[in-house]
Ligand binder design. Structure first.
Ligand code: SAH
Length: 248
């Protein structure tokens, strides 16, 4: 068995569409022995893994049932120790809310080398879907990448900063925390009429775009049962797509 380093490659799969997979990612998938993947990796991407490659689903979902991080780490290390070429495939970019550090620490503890192939993060695909840019001259000089919850529960943020006019934030894992986010932002002075776009299943065949405002955010996101990202401070452009608007 060969043990030529590195035998573990962390790969960002992008948000779902096969066309968002990098060429590097495709190459390592085609030469892998084992692919360990999350639930967020889209079916179009999974279809590109050759049939003979062993697949291990370690699906993790925000609040839902999921494989524990300790089990994922142990699975990764166990496969890598056999000398197999292991791809650890994560949705979007593996370095954004992807628990990458925990897995790297496990590999380091076992003395196993690794490399990282970045992927397209959901915020980029979602902004493209609504026909907007994430930064805008004269609008926002910074883009905040925010999570709705962390290990302690709903995540605290620099609400005062976020609530300022023309701020833009890409909010990941914001479904369960939508009412909390709304409350904190309004409490810190955000305009309830601030535009908000929700993109569910970004880049996938069942992509759905919901244009709304901060005041309607919880009601607007409630019907989403796929992964959804909130683009705070951005409205969908009319011309970009056919839109579903929620003002309920
Ligand atoms: N590493 C990923 C993010 C993982 S955190 C990335 O870079 O995109 C999981 C959150 O990402 C989900 O709760 C959701 O908010 C968002 N997400 C992932 N894939 C998505 C998709 N295809 N459409 C919309 N949101 C998505």
């Amino acid at each position: 068995m060969t043990t030529a380093p590195p035998n573990v490659t962390f790969v960002g799969a992008g948000p779902g569409a096969a066309e968002h997979l990098t060429l590097g990612a495709l190459r390592v998938l085609q030469t892998a022995d084992v692919v360990i993947h999350d639930r967020l990796v889209g079916p179009e991407v999974l279809d590109l893994i050759p049939r003979h490659v062993m697949r291990v689903d370690v699906g993790t979902a925000g609040f839902g049932p999921s494989t524990s991080q300790a089990t994922i780490n142990a699975t990764l290390v166990a496969h890598a120790l056999t000398g197999a070429r292991v791809v650890r495939l994560k949705g979007g970019d593996c370095g954004i809310f992807g628990r990458l550090d925990e897995e790297i620490a496990a590999l380091e503890a076992a003395g196993l080398p690794f490399r990282i192939l970045p992927g397209l993060t959901t915020a980029a695909a979602a902004a493209a879907a609504i026909g907007q840019s994430l930064t805008g001259r004269g609008r926002n000089v910074a883009l905040r990448i925010v999570t709705g919850h962390d290990m302690q529960g709903y995540a605290e943020q620099d609400w005062r900063g976020l609530a300022r006019k023309q701020e833009v934030a890409a909010i990941y894992m914001g479904k369960k925390s939508a009412r909390f986010l709304q409350g904190r932002l309004i409490m810190h002075g955000a305009d309830p009429a601030t535009p908000v776009s929700i993109v569910e299943n970004a880049s996938r065949a069942d992509q759905r775009i919901i244009g709304t405002t901060l005041s309607h955010l919880p009601a607007a996101i409630a019907p989403c049962d796929g992964p959804a990202i909130i683009l705070f401070g951005l409205a969908p452009r009319q011309a970009a797509v056919s839109l579903q608007r929620v003002q309920a």
